[in-house]
Design a protein around this ligand. Structure first.
Ligand code: 76R
Length: 267
């Protein structure tokens, strides 16, 4: 049997999701002045405006076994490493304990394009590689793909959901052995379900094969947290999730604006 064909992908910003538990007792024992200085410093860090080079945002976790979620997007893994180091050296770090983190990179999976090219050229040939490179570059130039690879934080969507997931690889239900046409069709159906949530959910898909324990990170933003429940329920009934989806830990958070920090940490 010929090896199933991997989809061409495009990558953009690297992403790091960090979940921290707060040492409330220690923080509460600090003088009001010191606490205020710490929180002002932290708030300033996260209110840094989104730029072409990436952004960081902070969320209060609700449940999930941790207190804070920091989400960072940067152009290189070196810069992500720099963010980690800077945070470790910050004054706030003494009050934080890392509970979970997730490294990935924004990804656009080009299933449809790959399936199309595979119908015209024999995979592995020069013609195939050339067609994939050309059409991927075209896709990458589109506004739609750029907004997936370099996502802006939706200011009006205060709620975030993050979870890692993988595609199943068990006898009978192995995603990685399916022909590209079949995967392309299943992903098309997935996209159609997703599009019903246009304007209500913003999804950021980050790929983590070879980078972390699961295969993708799913970061969703919404105005109403019930939309998370709705879309994830709807998708459970799409074949690609029903048959092939495997899920990690779910985290739900509320965006922390600069003015929320003092409130959250008030003794
Ligand atoms: O072009 C298309 O029509 C499809 C675009 C598309 C891709 C390639 C898309 C659309 N997704 C893609 C890839 Mn998605 N997505 C999830 C989840 O809980 C679950 O069952 C699944 C978690 C949600 C909620 C969601 C939402 N998506 C992916 C991938 C990579 C898989 C791969 O490459 O094999 C994963 C893991 C994944 C998971 N998806 C959409 C959405 C929404 C809302 C859309 C439509 C929005 C849009 O068109 O931008």
């Amino acid at each position: 049997m010929a090896a199933a064909l991997p989809p061409a992908t495009l990558e953009g910003w690297y992403a790091l999701h960090q979940m921290f538990a707060v040492d409330w007792a220690r923080l509460g024992a600090e003088s009001a002045d010191r606490r205020e200085a710490l929180l002002t410093e932290a708030a300033a860090h996260f209110s840094a405006a989104a730029s072409d080079a990436g952004w960081s945002a902070a969320f209060q976790l609700v449940g999930g076994g941790a207190d804070l979620l920091f989400v960072h997007f940067r152009e290189s893994i070196d810069e992500i490493g720099g963010v980690e180091t800077a945070l470790r050296r910050s004054r706030l770090a003494a009050y934080l304990r890392l509970e979970y983190d997730y490294l990935s990179v924004t990804e656009a999976g080009l299933y449809h394009l790959t399936a199309e090219v595979a119908r015209e050229h024999e995979p592995g040939t020069e013609g195939y590689d050339k067609a994939i490179a050309e059409r991927s570059a075209q896709e990458g130039a589109s506004h739609q793909v750029k907004s997936r690879l370099y996502p802006r934080i939706p200011e009006e969507m205060r709620y975030v959901s993050f979870y890692p997931m993988s595609k199943r690889r068990v006898a009978g239900d192995n995603w990685y052995l399916l022909p590209i046409d079949v995967r392309s069709q299943l992903m098309r159906d997935h996209g159609l379900t997703g599009r019903r949530y246009a304007g209500r959910i913003l999804q950021v898909i980050t790929g983590s094969i070879g980078l972390d324990d699961w295969e993708w990170g799913v970061t969703l933003f919404a105005r109403d947290p019930l939309e998370f429940k709705r879309i994830v329920t709807d998708m459970r009934f799409d074949e690609v999730s029903a048959r092939y989806g495997e899920f990690g830990r779910f985290f739900t958070g509320i965006r922390l604006e600069a003015s929320d920090w003092q409130n959250l940490f008030a003794p």
